[in-house]
Design a protein around this ligand. Structure first.
Ligand SMILES: [Zn+2]
Length: 240
């Protein structure tokens, strides 16, 4: 049960420790994750929701600007299509995609964020639901956006099953997450601001992400490399 969620290997080596949290690296595939992994309930408690709500979202204007910029770069993948932002927060990327011609949905576990999104962007469709509940709706999409979400997820297999379940054959998935193999990451990884348990419970490299995606029928077709920012940004395609 403490096996590596990417390769199912059970041999792990100590990687780093921060506060009371212990990160290990899988001896077989190198994946870095918290062990023990906190329960879903414990992780949910981490997310203090009170900053968000109807009419309240920190830095809403600059978020909207950045969301429009992001959406412009991905426009060919969602124009005239069904798109979803998984972990949509206040709905900025979903709204940007809608303005640029997508039929959109936004999903988030945070009640405050979804309350904000519904009020600020009444033409969008927003859902405050678990992956399991949303999956049961049977909706599928041509384009999935999921930015800075996967590193927070305690059960990464459940998350990938969800993404795979809502992706139509040939769908594109744009996903971003911190890149622990990036040259700008400090040698002492505990000094890296992305090394932040229990908010971030696992950290990927291009290799571990590629392997995980492959197990759920996603092939990475494009990598957006940022020289100065330790981020993995990839476009993947769901196999037919
Ligand atoms: Zn592994």
């Amino acid at each position: 049960m403490d096996a590596c969620p990417i390769c199912d290997g059970v041999q792990t080596a100590f990687f780093a420790r921060q506060d009371d949290y212990n990160f290990v690296a899988c001896r077989s595939c190198g994946f870095v994750f918290l062990l023990p992994m906190p329960s879903a309930e414990a992780l949910a408690e981490v997310y203090d929701d009170e900053a968000f709500g109807v009419g309240r979202y920190p830095k809403a204007k600059s978020r909207m600007r950045r969301a429009m910029f992001r959406a412009l770069g991905l426009w060919p993948y969602f124009f005239g299509k069904d798109a979803i932002d998984v972990g949509c927060g206040g709905g900025f990327v979903a709204e940007s995609m809608r303005r640029l011609g997508a039929r959109v949905a936004g999903l988030d576990i945070s009640p405050g964020s979804i309350a904000y999104a519904k009020h600020a962007f009444p033409r969008g469709r927003f859902f405050e639901e678990t992956f399991e509940t949303f999956l049961a709706r049977g909706e599928t999409f041509d384009f999935i956006h999921s930015s800075e979400v996967i590193e927070h997820i305690g059960d990464v297999k459940e998350y990938m099953t969800f993404l795979s379940g809502i992706a139509r054959p040939g769908a594109r998935l744009f996903l971003t997450t911190p890149d622990i193999a990036h040259p700008t990451v400090p040698k002492d990884v505990t000094k890296w601001d992305m090394f932040a348990p229990p908010r971030h419970v696992q950290l990927f490299t291009e290799a571990t992400l590629t392997r995980l995606f492959d197990a759920y029928a996603f092939d990475i077709v494009k990598r957006y490399y940022k020289k100065n920012a330790p981020t993995l940004q990839v476009l993947a395609r769901k196999r037919d």
